[in-house]
Design a protein around this ligand. Structure first.
Ligand SMILES: Cc1cc2nc3c(=O)[nH]c(=O)nc-3n(C[C@H](O)[C@H](O)[C@H](O)COP(=O)(O)OP(=O)(O)OC[C@H]3O[C@@H](n4cnc5c(N)ncnc54)[C@H](O)[C@@H]3O)c2cc1C
Length: 426
């Protein structure tokens, strides 16, 4: 087949760019497919700084960060198709057949392996329960960010933000800088959902109030939003009668979570993990469908793009090195109730003293609740093989650990568990 590649990467955001570059470095014939006109994914609209501190030791804006990868992709002359939407993947006898649509029509590409780097999308008003009319003026934070930063349009003059996710916090500051009045951020949970640094830099520095255990219960307005009703909630997050308050505003901005985009993965039989809503994967970011890899926000929602790029590199390298045929056995990594999730969810068996002596695994996790003075612990057959102490662990903050597996005997019937253990008061 003329359009035959060893690695096809779907999605040209930071994860896909890193995957394509790394697979190319490994000598694979690579194709990157992106549905938008420009590469860079969501970072194209993130014009604030703070990206790349870990990777480059610099504070870059989103476009600056991603430009470094786009330049490298061009220098390496990696094949790339933009304005091309992958609509279907089918499993062939050897590899995969991808169907894509672009302005020239429908094309087909053959792939030995696929890296899914399709990112995530925002939860919308339909996914949260708000009564009332359906006027214009209700935006997701990402849509508002796109309007302000890329189209130069102001979606609001006087607004309320529902949800304290990072994009909402960043938009609270952005809209304030563009002289909109941000009346408050309302969060249904008793703790904020965004990073502490964003609470400080985006809300406290601009005196924008954060109302915890509160939610928006109703919107008002016919053609355009004229106000919202907010209420306090109880421990079960149910609105408390009698706490209704009407706020006059012209926009409601929603920052109520991100969902990994995985329709394509599901269509070829990849199992999704309930804790992440992304594919189940092993330490090489290969899913449970051989030859299909996943990285970045499609795998799980990351809070730092630096880790997104790292997962892209690891997936791209493994995809380039993949050989079809019988795959090594894997065992499950089981998080206990103290964790929301741990990624990867599977790990390859290895005999102590064998080839895996220098093997290291990158593991990401999120705690279920805020805990202080605690250890993240990995146990293999009941014995602690890794432990790291944390002063505080918070659910919005994703953690990354590098685990050395050399010397460990991981058998096909081994039990691997991960947990957060609080230290006793000393
Ligand atoms: C609105 C929004 C704002 C954000 N702001 C910040 C921020 O300020 N700071 C921060 O650190 N993180 C932010 N994030 C998180 C950010 O998404 C990640 O840090 C990073 O961009 C994820 O990279 P990615 O490559 O996994 O996904 P993305 O950047 O989302 O890239 C995925 C790419 O895949 C393409 N794609 C999807 N499906 C297909 C298909 N079928 N065919 C072809 N192409 C396809 C998409 O067009 C997109 O370009 C934000 C996320 C969102 C949604």
């Amino acid at each position: 087949m003329q359009n035959q590649y060893e690695v096809v990467v779907i999605g040209g955001g930071p994860a896909g760019l890193a995957a394509a570059i790394q697979a190319d470095k490994e000598g694979a014939k690579v194709l990157l497919i992106e549905r938008e006109a420009r590469l860079g994914g969501i970072l194209k609209q993130c014009i604030h700084d703070g990206f790349g501190l870990i990777r480059f030791g610099e504070k870059l804006s989103g476009p600056e960060y991603v430009e470094r990868y786009v330049e490298e992709l061009k220098d390496r002359q990696i094949a790339c198709k933009v304005l091309t939407f992958v609509t279907e993947i089918t499993k062939e006898k050897e590899g995969f057949l991808l169907t894509a649509v672009n302005r020239e029509g429908v094309s087909e590409f053959g792939a030995r392996t696929i890296v899914l780097a399709t990112g995530c999308r925002e939860r919308t008003a339909k996914q949260v329960s708000i009564h009332g009319t359906r006027p214009a003026g209700v935006f997701t934070a990402g849509a508002a960010q796109h309007l302000v930063n890329l189209s130069g349009l102001m979606p609001a003059r006087r607004c309320v933000i529902l949800g304290s996710g990072d994009i909402g916090l960043i938009m609270a500051r952005r809209l304030t800088l563009e002289s909109a009045e941000v009346l408050g951020v309302y969060e249904v949970k008793p703790e904020p959902s965004g990073l502490t640094r964003n609470i400080v830099q985006c809300l406290e520095d601009y005196q924008i109030p954060l109302h915890l255990s509160c939610t928006v219960t109703r919107v008002f307005g016919e053609e355009r939003l004229t106000g919202v009703e907010v209420m306090r909630v109880d421990e079960a997050m149910r609105p408390i009668p009698g706490t209704e308050e009407r706020i006059d505003c012209d926009a409601l901005i929603l920052s109520v979570g991100l969902i990994p985009e995985n329709e394509m993965a599901e269509s070829i039989g990849v199992t999704l993990y309930p804790g992440t809503k992304g594919p189940v994967c092993d330490e090489n970011f290969m899913t449970d469908v051989d030859g299909v890899f996943s990285c970045g926000n499609a795998l799980h929602v990351n809070d730092l793009v630096d880790y997104v790029s790292e997962s892209g590199e690891l997936a791209g390298r493994a995809a380039a090195r993949y050989t079809a045929g019988e795959q090594p056995e894997k065992v499950e990594i089981r998080p206990d109730a103290s964790l929301q999730y741990a990624v990867p969810q599977m790990i390859t068996v290895q005999a102590a003293g064998g080839e895996g002596e220098s093997r290291e695994v990158v593991l990401f996790f999120r705690s279920r609740e805020t805990v202080r003075d605690a250890d993240f612990v990995i146990e293999l057959d009941g014995k602690t093989v890794f432990s790291k102490h944390y002063g505080v662990l918070r659910p919005p903050e994703m953690e990354r650990v590098l685990v050395k597996l050399g010397g460990l005997d991981i058998k096909s019937d081994s039990k691997i568990s991960v947990s957060i253990k609080k230290r006793e008061a000393r």
